[in-house]
Structure formats: structure tokens, C-alpha cells
Write a protein that binds this ligand. Structure first.
Ligand code: GLC
Length: 421
């Protein structure tokens, strides 16, 4: 009897979020991100003395961060209260009932980029507020070449001819970042991962040529070190910043770091769009972060106050100044205070963000991406040929969509999917 009571108490404690009066926010700390978040949270607490906020750090690797979130949210402890979500996670977490719809707080969505907003809607409701947008860019060394390449062919030629130690470094580890790199090269070849109707298209002639192009960069005659197969954003940045590479693919956060104090290449860095096979085909993957509220949070109102504070235009400008990360609001690109912190003229940056290619907004994305990561990585490592890799990836992705009932759903027949967890 006593045991049963103890078990019941433990179960109850597990279900009901215990309110200790502290708001917890989880965020990434890549580059200078941790520092700006701490500073803004401190300023928030000064303005809101009734709230105490604690920042919980998460892994730099987007896929590992996702895993940690799934553990936290599935445990339904209400912690952390505020979550920094990757642009591709909102549909999955909303469909699982893990985050709150925000309408009851009447969030201000004026001026936000359409794609950033669309990524945060699920079944007609808004579940997260855009915090910053990311676009993949090509960094180049202005002391080694006169102008950046406008086609992929030119990129490989310049890489082979003028490279210091390496030609081109990029995120090749088996994680979400690899999928964003592949998405850019695939778009640059005129291909896509999925069609708008939800069918998988990655196993296509364009998919094969794109994967072969990436694979051919690696190896004894290539311009990319084999090490990239284990590199994420930061390893790639260090290689470039230490003067070892002519080109780097990375997000905007890297600019103030590779062009700042402590970098061996400061003052010798240019930034350009990632090129495609034709000059008009360059493509950036759309990335970025949003803030959402844990559905079990003991303090949703306090959480929303924190989100409103952090997504205020002034805080976005401050973040851009500190980290180079781009505001998700179109109108801020007209603010002269932003220009000094952008890699290109503001109007051009706004166009690059608006043309950036999103990953498909489906609650199955994590599973689809994991399949792609495995097969792309095997092909890049030379363990399978690109044809077989893409055929297997497409087959497995189709099977996941069919299992989750998402084929029909994306095509417009509104049968709800079975719960995924
Ligand atoms: C950046 C992007 C995110 C992407 C991740 C991949 O954090 O903002 O959207 O998924 O990189 O590594």
C-alpha cells in the first residue's frame, strides 16, 4: 500500500509541472549566440523584476538538439518553458501537441517574411514567433581571387587552381546541416527534394548530378578534405578562419567571427550567394530559429512576455549587431542601423532571404531528413554509389510518408494522420 502511494506520488510529480517561479529558456550557443542571449535575458529581468529566467544551453548540432528536445517534451515536465526551435521543427512539435498555439496572446506578426511565418503555422494556427533567419552563403578569400564564382563549375575551377590548403569546405557530417548543403547544390542543379504535393522527387537526374558534384569534391583529386564528413558549422568555420580554405559554405553568424579579431583572414573575406549550374540558379537554404512555448509550461503568460521581448525589432537589431544573424522582419532591412552588419547591401539581402529555399514543412521532416542524411553521407564517403543512395532514400522516405498518412494529407485530402508518437 505504502509502495503504491509512493508510486502514485512520483507519477503525479512527473505529470504536474511544478512551478518554482523560474522561467527556463533553451537556446543554442553557436559562435556569439550564447553571449547575446545572456545579455538580453539579463535586460529582460531588469524590466520584469517579477520573473527569473535561466538559460539552458543545448548542443550546437541541430540534430542532437532535436533529440534532446524530444526527450524533454515527451517527458511533459513543462521544462524548459520557452524553446528555440529550428525552422523545420514547428509542424512536428505542434502536431504532437508539445507547444502552444499563440493566438491567445495576440502576437505581433507585422512585417515578418512570409516563409518565416509560414514555417510556424500548423493547421491554421501560429505556434512560434520567428527570431532570426538563416541563409546559406559562400564565403571567399578576397586576397586569393578577384571575384566570387557565379556557377558551380567556376567554383570547382577556382578551388582547384587557387586553393591554399583546401578549396571548398562545407558541412558534411551526418546531421541536418548536410541536408541544407545538399539542398543548395540540388536547387543549383534545378532539382528538389519534394514536390509541393508532398511526393518525393530527390531520386532524379538532377539529384544524381548534384550528389555526384558534391562527392567529387572529396578525395585525393578533389578540393574538399575528407574531414568534412565529420564537420559541422563550427569545424568548417575554424578551417576557413585559420586560412586553410579558399571557399566556405556557412550561415551569416560566421561573418563577424571570420572577419573579426582573432581570425587569421580578417579583412580578406567576401560573401556571395552559393552558385548553381547557371548564373541564375544560385540558391540559399532557408534556416533560422523561432521561439515557442512548451504546452506544459507552468507560466505561459510569463513565457510569452519573454518571447515578445526577445523578438522585439530592437532586440533583433542588437542580435544582428552582435552575431550577424539576420532579422526575420522585412521592414528592418530599411533601417540604416542594420546595414553595417549585413554581408551585402540590405536590399540584396532581403532578396536573398525571400528567394531562399525552405525544407518541406511537414511534421515528418525529422524522419525524412534522417533518411537523407544516412544515404547522402554513405554516398559522399564512397560506401554506396549516388544512384543507389538516392533510390533507397526516396523509397524509405515514401514509406515514412505513407505510414504517417501524410501523402494524402499534403495533397489536400484532410484525413488526419495517426499520432506519430
Ligand atoms: C542552422 C539553421 C538551421 C539548420 C541548421 C543545420 O542552425 O538555422 O535551420 O537546420 O543550421 O545545421
Amino acid at each position: 500500500m505504502k509502495h503504491l502511494l509512493v508510486i502514485a506520488l512520483v507519477l503525479l510529480a512527473g505529470c504536474a509541472p511544478e512551478d518554482d517561479g523560474i522561467l527556463r529558456i533553451s537556446g543554442s550557443a553557436v559562435g556569439d549566440e550564447g553571449e547575446i542571449l545572456r545579455r538580453q535575458v539579463t535586460a529582460f529581468m531588469e524590466e520584469n523584476p517579477d520573473l527569473r529566467v535561466v538559460v539552458q544551453r543545448t548542443p550546437d548540432d541541430a540534430s542532437q538538439r532535436h533529440q534532446l528536445y524530444v526527450q524533454w517534451l515527451a517527458a511533459r515536465t513543462g521544462r524548459p518553458d520557452v524553446l528555440q526551435l529550428d525552422v523545420i521543427w514547428t509542424p512536428e512539435f505542434a502536431a504532437a501537441g508539445w507547444i502552444l498555439p499563440l493566438e491567445r496572446f495576440a502576437p505581433d506578426t507585422t512585417g515578418l517574411f512570409d516563409a518565416a511565418l509560414a514555417a510556424n503555422r500548423w493547421e491554421g494556427s501560429l505556434y512560434a514567433l520567428p527570431w532570426f533567419v538563416d541563409v546559406g552563403m559562400l564565403y571567399w578569400r578576397t586576397d586569393l581571387i578577384d571575384a566570387p564564382p557565379v556557377t558551380l563549375e567556376e567554383l570547382s575551377r577556382q578551388s582547384a587552381a587557387a586553393a591554399p590548403e583546401y578549396g571548398f569546405v562545407w558541412q558534411g557530417a551526418r546531421y541536418e546541416g548536410l541536408v541544407t548543403v545538399f539542398l543548395e547544390i540540388l536547387t543549383g542543379h534545378g532539382g528538389r527534394i519534394m514536390a509541393p504535393d508532398g511526393s518525393v522527387e530527390v531520386d532524379s537526374p538532377e539529384g544524381r548530378t548534384a550528389l555526384v558534384w558534391l562527392r567529387d569534391r572529396i578525395g585525393p583529386n578533389g578540393d574538399t578534405p575528407r574531414d568534412v564528413l565529420a564537420w559541422r558549422e563550427e569545424e568548417v568555420r575554424f578551417a576557413f578562419q585559420n586560412g586553410r580554405a579558399l571557399f566556405m559554405r556557412n550561415w551569416p553568424y560566421a561573418l563577424p567571427l571570420v572577419d573579426g579579431e582573432g581570425s587569421r583572414v580578417a579583412g580578406r573575406v567576401g560573401v556571395a550567394p552559393v552558385p548553381g549550374t547557371r548564373p541564375d540558379r544560385g540558391a540559399a537554404a532557408l534556416g533560422g530559429s523561432q521561439l515557442a512555448i512548451n504546452a506544459e509550461s507552468a507560466n505561459p503568460e510569463g513565457s510569452f512576455r519573454l518571447i515578445s521581448y526577445l523578438t522585439h525589432p530592437e532586440r533583433m537589431l542588437e542580435r544582428a549587431r552582435a552575431t550577424g544573424q539576420l532579422p526575420p522582419r522585412r521592414d528592418l532591412y530599411d533601417d540604416p542601423r542594420l546595414q553595417a552588419h549585413l554581408p551585402a547591401p540590405a536590399e540584396r539581402m532581403r532578396e536573398i532571404v525571400e528567394a531562399a529555399v525552405p525544407r518541406p514543412p511537414t511534421p515528418a521532416w525529422t524522419q525524412l531528413s534522417e533518411i537523407l542524411q544516412i544515404h547522402l553521407h554513405r554516398a559522399l564517403a564512397g560506401q554506396t554509389d549516388p544512384d543507389a543512395a538516392l533510390a533507397s532514400a526516396a523509397r524509405e522516405m515514401e514509406a515514412v510518408l505513407a505510414r504517417m498518412g501524410l501523402h494524402e494529407r499534403q495533397r489536400g485530402d484532410a484525413t488526419p494522420p495517426p499520432p506519430s508518437r
